[in-house]
Design a protein around this ligand. Structure first.
Ligand SMILES: [Zn+2]
Length: 122
């Protein structure tokens, strides 16, 4: 009898259904990553990015490094957060080296967000 009971219990255990495949929530920035694929941004020589780098003579606005390579970044001074006016405003662009862009600048933006209470103010 014990055997039978065990069998019943076993057979009652259904294989758990596969976990529902919900894509991981996209990082907020992923929503506007595609803006950087736009020709108005990428085009050479008159796209926003290239124009910014040329105007700055490939000089990092933060550390002064000069590097005429793909490592230089046209950075939005005021984060555009998907706002096309800010995104396409040449006056809102500065040339940064990759290190400053991912280091110091990113740190400042985090601080800024924390100061503003992490509210979505855009
Ligand atoms: Zn730099």
């Amino acid at each position: 009898m014990a055997r039978l009971r065990m069998f019943r219990v076993r057979s009652g255990i259904a294989k758990p259904p596969p976990p529902e495949r919900t894509p991981a929530p996209a990082a907020p920035s992923a929503r506007w990553d595609r803006l950087y694929d736009l020709r108005i941004w990428r085009r050479k020589p008159d796209g926003l990015r290239w124009s910014c780098l040329v105007a700055a003579q490939f000089t990092c606005a933060m550390c002064g490094r000069v590097d005429a390579s793909h490592r230089m970044v046209a950075d939005h001074i005021t984060p555009h957060r998907g706002n096309m006016d800010l995104f396409t405003d040449a006056e809102n662009l500065q040339c940064l080296c990759a290190e400053c862009h991912s280091g110091e600048k990113a740190r400042r933006e985090v601080e800024e967000r924390e100061r503003s209470g992490g509210l979505n103010w855009w």
